[in-house]
Design a protein around this ligand. Sequence first.
Ligand SMILES: Nc1nc2c(ncn2[C@@H]2O[C@H](COP(=O)(O)OP(=O)(O)O)[C@@H](O)[C@H]2O)c(=O)[nH]1
Ligand SMILES: [Mg+2]
Length: 429
Amino acid sequence: VAIVRASGPGVRGALEALCGEVPQARVATVARLKDPASGEIIDQALAIFFEKPSSYTGEDVAEFHVHGGSVTVDGLTEALSGLGLWPAEPGEFTRRAFENGKLDLAQAEAVADLVDAQSVAQRRQALGQLGGALSERHLVWREAILDALALLEAHVDFPDEELPADLAARAAPKLAALEQELSRGLQEAHKGERVRNGYKIGFVGAPNAGKSSLLNALAGRDAAIVTAIPGTTRDVIEVPTVIGGHRVILGDTAGVRITEDEIEAEGVRRARAWARDADLRVWVVDGSASDGAWREAFGLIELGDSCVVNKVDLPQGDDGRATTEAWPGVIRLSLTTGEGLDALKAELAARVTSDLSGADFPAVTRERHRLHLEEAIVHLQRSQASLLSGSELAAEDLRLAARALERITGRIDPEAVLDKVFGQFCIGK
Ligand SMILES: Nc1nc2c(ncn2[C@@H]2O[C@H](COP(=O)(O)OP(=O)(O)O)[C@@H](O)[C@H]2O)c(=O)[nH]1
Ligand SMILES: [Mg+2]
């Protein structure tokens, strides 16, 4: 079944022309759709009419559930074009919903996130945002800022008047507390964005340790080339997958070693950069080796990272023994037999889940939100400084802080910003 959706003032006319009458609102009605231009029956279909304002867009909306063949769909869209309707742009339905006050901007973004969601956590976060959880936090903060602003304005009758000293004493702690709260929200921003964009796990270690084999085992497919030749992997290979209900980006990197090969050296440089930026690194050591090559990657490892000793199916060498001794909780692994893989999967799932916990209702899920929140914090800080020096500019900065928060949910941005937000949608949403 294909669903063709139409929205706007032309919908009633189109329903009359195609179905012979406007069906009762919100009742799925069987209708023989007739092209008024040719008199030809297009399909025996279901038509549903959503009368404004009780529709997704807030306008009159019609849905035609037709048989999914392309000739039927083309016939219907041609008939609709003949009636003066035109194809929607990407995100146009949601943009109209936004413009008609059905959704705020953060909720509209959540629709796009929901469509794109690949993990349960992404879906949960998007649904929370769509339900208004993210917007609510910013509205509460904005209210608090406006309260403080009212306090200041009540005492400043003329723009060049100095603020009374006791006022600063009363307002300053409020602003400081508010700034702290916004800063806490900003700290969680990392989690919110990670849930949406993916938590990055990088495999690091010496060449030939089994990093690419491990990536393939976790991804469930041969994404990276595995050979017995050290230095095979050069570019960073990123593979999205789901671990512990979260979207995760696995990054396979070049083995870390000193090399004369210019291409491999660049690969090592990229490996280091990617690993440093990752949320978690898994240090892969070849347990059968005794050349000490595993130490090269040590500089990349951070507290809390994971370590596996691979190739435990082979006779173990000094490297395997030294790592096992040095690293409590090391996971012994064989990608040939599969031993230890479940333990590693469980460890990764636990790590991702605990690192991203509490991100169900974050204040920030994308960069756009984060930039506005940062802006609000800067204005709050400036406002406090002005307050202490008795300047009436304190009020102006509070106004700007409130404005920055309004941008997250609001309709106060120029068209270009809105075009960008809605341009990322798919057609029909
Ligand atoms: N015996 C054994 N060989 C392995 C194991 N894991 C990987 N290998 C082999 O080690 C070589 C290097 O593996 P690869 O994944 O390309 O290592 P990378 O250079 O770290 O990416 C390949 O020949 C693999 O088949 C393992 O657990 N046991
Ligand atoms: Mg490799």
